[in-house]
Design a protein around this ligand. Structure first.
Ligand code: ACO
Length: 322
């Protein structure tokens, strides 16, 4: 009998009030609502207040996902957190989250570092653990505080990002869940998007801020996203027209529109949150998934395609039956 990893429930969390493009102008950033909306589709984003870290956002999203799943923390036997903005060098954000959740069952906890593809990578790992029979209930989280690593003097990047977290509880099931996964990386593209600083000798060495060649990222993203979507569909034997919802990484509405067009999907089959959330990197897909589920658009039995691309470069897709 085939064992699937099936989503039991979803949750998400956005810190504080929305910060609009007009608010950024008021804070002294030389930009305009018109420029940001036209180039990216972003109108607002959220920022975590001082002293609030990725594990705190992950905690709130996880509680909501556990509640939606009717699942207790002791039932979780693995935690995977996708983040590129961890609370500290170590321990992992997943271990810190485990403690904040009050979990005492010794379940393993690990972080995945694949930037904006992190959640797709994390789901792929969780799927393998469940299919192998070694785990029954896995908490998979994407949590980020990208506002901490943007250079507020670089208007091309600082307006793009936001903070937030999303989570799912996956359960081993005989009913279909994750149907196919495909993940990739090409480290030769590390220069077009990175935050190259490091901690050494008690100091941050090099720039710890996000650096991006926006146009190179745009071209790369559109190319690999449609390729990897095709790969996941082919491996599951599912046709493009059988996709009920596309839940893409929310970086830029123009990247999302191009990908949807290549998949032959109307934009009304795409869960779009970039306008209100900005780019929350590894958190953007589970945030959008939760919005889709809680708004009643995503229904049980539907085919959902998740896909992401991010620094590394990394990219991937997960096709699942919800
Ligand atoms: N407000 C006003 N003007 C701006 C801003 C701003 N925030 N930022 C840049 N400009 C100006 C520039 O100074 C430049 O002015 P100039 O022509 O007088 O020199 C002009 O706008 C064009 O600048 P470009 O950098 O060429 O802008 P571009 O059209 O490439 O748009 C953007 C930039 C939005 C980043 C675009 O390249 C893009 O969407 N790239 C995709 C990258 C992306 O989404 N990355 C997200 C992170 S990666 C990920 O999640 C996978």
């Amino acid at each position: 009998m085939t064992i699937y990893a099936r989503i039991m429930g979803t949750g998400s969390y956005l810190p504080g009030d929305p910060v609009s493009n007009h608010d950024l102008v008021a804070r002294g950033i030389e930009t305009s609502d018109e420029w940001i909306v036209e180039r990216t589709g972003i109108s607002a984003r959220h920022y975590a207040p001082e002293g609030v870290f990725s594990s705190d956002l992950a905690l709130e999203a996880s509680k909501r996902a556990l509640e939606a799943s009717n699942c207790k923390v002791e039932d979780i036997d693995l935690i995977i957190v996708a983040t590129s903005t961890p609370d500290m060098v170590f321990p992992s954000t997943a271990a810190l989250l485990q403690n904040k959740l009050g979990m005492k069952n010794g379940a393993p906890a690990l972080d995945v570092q694949a930037v904006c593809s992190g959640f797709v990578y994390a789901l792929t790992l969780a799927d393998k653990f469940i299919r192998s029979g070694s785990n029954k209930r896995v908490l998979v989280v994407g949590a980020e505080v990208f506002s901490r690593v943007v250079d507020w003097n670089d208007r091309t990047t600082c307006v793009l990002f936001g903070d937030g977290a999303g989570a799912v509880v996956l359960e081993a099931s005989t009913e279909p869940g994750i149907l196919a996964t495909a993940i990739h990386a090409d480290g030769s593209y590390s220069e077009i998007l990175n935050a190259p600083g490091q901690v050494a000798g008690g100091q941050v060495c090099g720039s710890p801020f996000v650096k991006m060649d926006g146009q190179a990222v745009f071209k790369f993203a559109v190319k690999v996203l449609s390729e990897v979507a095709g790969e996941a569909l082919a491996s599951a034997g599912v046709k493009q027209e059988e996709i009920d919802w596309l839940v893409p990484h929310q970086a830029n509405v123009r990247i999302i529109q191009s990908t949807a067009r290549k998949l032959g999907l109307d934009m009304d089959k795409v869960i779009l949150t970039v306008g209100q959330h900005g780019n929350t990197s590894g958190a953007s897909i589970p945030l959008a998934l939760d919005v889709g589920v809680r708004s009643g658009r995503i229904q049980r039995g539907q085919n959902i395609l998740l896909e992401g691309v991010g620094g590394g470069f990394t990219w991937g897709a997960v096709l699942l039956r919800f």
